[in-house]
Design a protein around this ligand. Sequence first.
Ligand SMILES: Cc1cc2nc3c(=O)[nH]c(=O)nc-3n(C[C@H](O)[C@H](O)[C@H](O)COP(=O)(O)OP(=O)(O)OC[C@H]3O[C@@H](n4cnc5c(N)ncnc54)[C@H](O)[C@@H]3O)c2cc1C
Length: 492
Amino acid sequence: MTMDAGEKATLVSELGAIVGVRYVLSSEYDLMLYEYDASIDRARPDVVVFPASAAEVSAIVKLANQRNVPFVARGAGTGLSGGAVPLEGGIVIAFQRMNRILDIDYRNLRAVVQPGVVNLHLSNAMTPNGFYYVPDPSSQKSCTIGGNVGENSGGPHTLIYGVTTNHVLGLEVVLTDGEIVEVGSPTLDTPGYDLTGLLVGSEGTLGIVTSITVRIVHQAESVKTLVGVFNTVDDASNTVSGIVEAGIIPAALEMMDQIILQAVEDYIHAGYPLDAAAVLLIEVEGLRDTVDEQVSRVVAVCEANHARAVRIAKDEQERQLLWSGRKEAFGAVGRISHEFYVQDGVVPRTKLPFVLDRVNEICASYGLRVGNVFHAGDGNLHPLILFDSQIPGQVEKVRQAGFEILKVCADAGGSITGEHGVGMEKSDAMPLIFSDDDLAVMTRVREAFNPHNLCNPGKILPTPGRCADIKLLIGQQHSPAYAQAEVEGAWH
Ligand SMILES: Cc1cc2nc3c(=O)[nH]c(=O)nc-3n(C[C@H](O)[C@H](O)[C@H](O)COP(=O)(O)OP(=O)(O)OC[C@H]3O[C@@H](n4cnc5c(N)ncnc54)[C@H](O)[C@@H]3O)c2cc1C
């Protein structure tokens, strides 16, 4: 949107009257910091505002409606699909001040938090009492629970316990007209439509969350972490399916390939082998006796799939070191490439060997290097495509390679996002998995909650009229590797 200087000055002053002038940012220098998240898209807001309560959020949203100005919720801005990027400018509502844990109720296994609470801070607050909050995105040191709700985030330990939506009991929400409502309830079952389920993962397009009631759980009696070392990615991938086929669902089952291992080891020094094609980081937890038995069975599956070594972390310190290698992997890659682009697709576990080969072929056909670090147990791929935006044409190549990877995932019976959301980055890929009718129904849902489309516009759904162009693009945009595989009928 275009806002002239006079309109902007009025808006800034009206927002200042709601939250206090020191909690409104409007200089170009300040706004620059809010024009991006962790994806590669950018758009500058007209103003950033930091509310301290649901009542203030409600007043901001009412003002935005009066002035016909778009508004976008923002947590920590670690999103990887442009969800918090204000595509059409307007107001960014940032939640740094609403960062309090309001209640922890150990007897009823639930906690109530404001949306700006950093994910890890909630678990840290409960550690002395032996409890934690399960969803643990690798960004958990910085991302907020409000952002996790926006994206329905997962993490290494959501394989067995489920993603954010499985851990949210209820929400307080400011609707897009400014009304404050509550959905869900602190009890385990709420009759009527599952509005909490609808709002979790809606990427801030259906309302603004101002309080979240989450489940909390006891820490397990025993936890064991193993590293399986493999000479081929195929062997590592087959081990993933083999473990699940053996009836074991580990708490976490992560894969890192050689490029990632080398970057991580150079940074964290966790003892990962530099010459392995891939390692699996596997964690099992539960009662002590059952964990020991599961460890033996996991080791047997690794060995049956030609693991050249299986190492079991000897103590908590070694376990934490192995995990910091995994959780700092994205940061470590920054040491070997100016920039990288994280894709996020899902495939059935059994298709991992085939799809990982295609990912490598697609990137090679564009002359791009790629590393893979991902939630293998969920079949949730994260190819990190390395690039340098200073090289003319590289950003376009990265986007095209990313799109082709999503097409491979969709064709393999998977999805275009596992946990990072659609945002502005992948709305064009929605027709890969949804029909025109599906998208029309979703548009009607959005219109029911967000009739003026002022709440985070331009996200999730492709722009009307673009669908036909996109379908054409889907038919045409093939790298040589993709075209060859299609000729060979390798997609199914
Ligand atoms: C190094 C790294 C590792 C990552 N690892 C993982 C991972 O393992 N698993 C995973 O799922 N993701 C991962 N991510 C992605 C990202 O951290 C998550 O999507 C996270 O949930 C975003 O939280 P945030 O606070 O940064 O939200 P933001 O990026 O600020 O916002 C994300 C979305 O939520 C909406 N939103 C924010 N607050 C609210 C609110 N109060 N009400 C309504 N909508 C709101 C925004 O509008 C936006 O659409 C990773 C990112 C990085 C950079």
